[in-house]
Write a protein that binds this ligand. Sequence first.
Ligand code: NDP
Length: 290
Amino acid sequence: NRAPVTVIGLGSMGSALAKSFVAKGHPTTVWNRTPEKADDLVAAGAVRAASVAEAVAASELVVVCVLDYHAMRELFDPLGDALSGRTVVNLTSGTPEEARETAKWAAERGFDYVDGAIMAIPPMIGSEEALIFYGGPQAVYDAHSASLATIAGAGTYLGEDAGLPSLYDVALLGLMWTTWAGFMHSLALVKSENVDAAAFLPYAQAWFEHVISPEVPGIAGQVDAGDYPDEGSALGMQAIAIEHLVDASRAQGVDAALPEFLKQRAQEAIKRGHAGSGFGALFEVLRKPE
Ligand code: NDP
């Protein structure tokens, strides 16, 4: 006997969430601003609510996934008491500040609120690999964790702070963009001499596997300890190597802004006394800019 669930917002992601609840046997009520987007879900067994208020009345657990927090508040603000006794799980992406502000607003309005950040694309929803971060009152999360396990096998509760899921979300987003951008910069360099990306690819992949990834736990350990011992590649030496990267980028007619940024930050770390430290000392500069 699966618990009833309401899903508000049936864009690419909301539809995938609702589809997963329906498929696993949750009585599912749906609402979307453009009602036709519910047609397929209704054909699959979901119930179409005529208004947000009707959708919220149908289930204790209300999952929201709309474009942004502004749209979410626009939908929920007019509801008044209709929300009392409900748990809203907001899977709309945003900033930690927006999430905390919305949690405060929910507390003032007297309904339970859990914020979430989806770290998956729509086709992954419902699978064991799908990761969703959650933050909010533990008891509220626990009461609905079984239903939430339907949409993501790797649902992870981060604690009471509603802002942490969004913080993890943007942190991982930044990791993805900067890593990919670094790879694309390396491709820009080799392509400037008409080397095929495919020819360079095996070396880049081996570099990721044998050089970049294995350093990650060590960096995390140094950052937690606040101590950055050199393990044979001191920052003073690395800063010179980065200069080669800047100069070569310019000479090849490739965008040099990315290596320039690294050079400047490495020099700042050296200025702060880290010439003999490992490259993990760069963290100090990123954590606390001048
Ligand atoms: P879509 O653009 O596909 O859908 C947006 C949804 O928001 C639609 O249901 C739309 O309604 C609704 N909406 C927008 N503005 C308003 C408004 N003012 N009032 C009411 N409803 C509104 O986006 P996604 O479904 O892809 O994304 C939804 C959320 O999920 C976003 O925060 C996104 O960052 C997050 N997310 C998405 C991922 C993805 O891969 N798609 C991955 C991880 C997170 P209508 O149909 O009427 O336009």
